[in-house]
Design a protein around this ligand. Structure first.
Ligand SMILES: Nc1nc2c(ncn2[C@@H]2O[C@H](COP(=O)(O)OP(=O)(O)OP(=O)(O)O)[C@@H](O)[C@H]2O)c(=O)[nH]1
Ligand SMILES: [Mg+2]
Length: 358
């Protein structure tokens, strides 16, 4: 399943602009529609190269599902909350660009203030969930049998502890939990517990200062499962409509080596500890996303449950070794194409062929 990312932000911060640049869909949430979903292909030069070598019938990039909310993200509740709860990660778009013709809901442009405002929205949303849950726990304690009480009381205590942290402005992703506590909270999908990528939407005039801006804000808003990048949404949206060669030329003029989408996705993958492995052949060259630390047998299950079930061995060659060798046969001759068993831990850039029997 594709990684799913919910875009949040104050109104007019540039969320839809960035969504469109990422997904190539001129497809903001239309009037009367509160959410819009778009699919972005995960750019990966290694897949381009493999595809050029194998000339497969089909080339398939990994995908990221982006969700753009039509309404401003204030008092997150109802459908917006349901949708965001289901996301793997949140991207918070914060306006830093100055433009008199684009009104700011707070009248002035102040990215640091808006970052905190968005954090508060997530905290409030979680506190509301917690209040409702505490009410229900009270009710169930009244009717509970003696044998049921300890479990309910433990949940009550944990939820109260989280409430205390949220009231101190500590997001739940910064709260240390035991594995057991994590498990008991899995059903809640608290928003302030989700990995958060803050995207500062800067004006073109600030492009030479990207590094400084990112360092400054990262120092100020660091935390567990948090990252921050600065991109110029408007420029990205314009470049996304051009053909690749002209876009690259413009990008070079601005001193940008990478697309905003590529930077955003790299940061998103890093936040979730995701890596890519590849399958490559005349039928298809394809990128697959897995969590770092996944073994070969589980990785095989990404492709098909039969391959996981009937797993025998994996033929693995590291991307760089394969490129140096120039072909699978030559990689084999050089001994860099090797056989690995079930427990082999997959590495980013592994090209894999799974041998299985069902
Ligand atoms: N100058 C400038 N304008 C931008 C930039 N990014 C977005 N805008 C403009 O800001 C306005 C709002 O952008 P949207 O992408 O619609 O923002 P949004 O957060 O989706 O807004 P709503 O969904 O309407 O709340 C549009 O007119 C954009 O063209 C930027 O980097 N620079
Ligand atoms: Mg919008």
């Amino acid at each position: 399943m594709a990684l799913s990312i919910g875009i949040i932000g104050l109104s007019m911060s540039g969320r839809t602009t960035i969504f469109e640049a990422a997904t190539g869909a001129a497809a903001a949430a239309r009037p009367g529609e509160s959410v819009h979903i778009g699919i972005a292909k995960v750019p990966d030069a290694r897949i381009d190269k493999l595809s050029a070598m194998f000339k497969p019938v089909k080339t398939t990039f990994a995908e990221v599902k982006y969700l753009d909310l039509g309404a401003s993200v204030k008092n997150i509740g109802g459908e917006a909350l349901r949708e965001l709860s289901a996301m793997d990660e949140l991207v918070s778009v914060v306006r830093a660009f100055k433009d008199e013709s684009v009104p700011h809901p707070q009248l002035t442009v102040d990215a640091a203030r808006d970052i905190e405002a968005m954090n508060l929205e997530l905290t409030f949303s979680d506190l509301a969930i917690i209040e409702r849950r505490l009410g229900k726990i009270e009710q169930s304690l009244k009717a509970a049998k003696a044998t049921e009480r300890p479990k309910i009381l433990a949940e009550q205590e944990l939820i109260n502890r989280l409430k205390g942290e949220l009231e101190k402005d500590i997001p739940l992703r910064d709260v240390e939990l035991t594995e057991e506590e994590e498990k008991s909270l899995a059903g809640y999908q608290f928003l302030s517990a989700k990995p958060l990528l803050t995207v500062i939407n800067i004006g073109e005039e600030d492009l030479p200062n990207v590094d400084r801006i990112e360092k400054e804000f990262t120092a100020k808003f660091s935390g567990n499962k948090r990252r921050l990048i600065a991109i110029c949404g408007k420029l990205e949206a314009e470049l996304a409509t051009m053909d690749a060669a002209s876009a690259a030329e413009f990008r070079a003029d601005y001193g940008l080596s990478e697309t905003g989408l590529s930077r955003t996705i790299r940061a998103s993958y890093a936040l979730l500890d995701l890596i890519s492995f590849f399958t490559a052949g005349p039928d298809e060259c394809r990128a697959w996303s897995i969590t770092a630390g996944t073994n070969a047998q589980f990785a095989a299950g990404k492709i098909h449950s039969d391959i996981q079930r009937g797993f025998i061995r994996a033929e693995i060659v590291a991307y760089d070794d394969f490129i140096r060798a120039g072909s699978l046969a030559e990689a084999k001759r050089q001994g860099v194409l090797r056989l690995e068993g079930k427990t082999y831990i997959m590495k980013d850039g592994d090209i894999a062929n799974f041998l299985f029997n069902v």
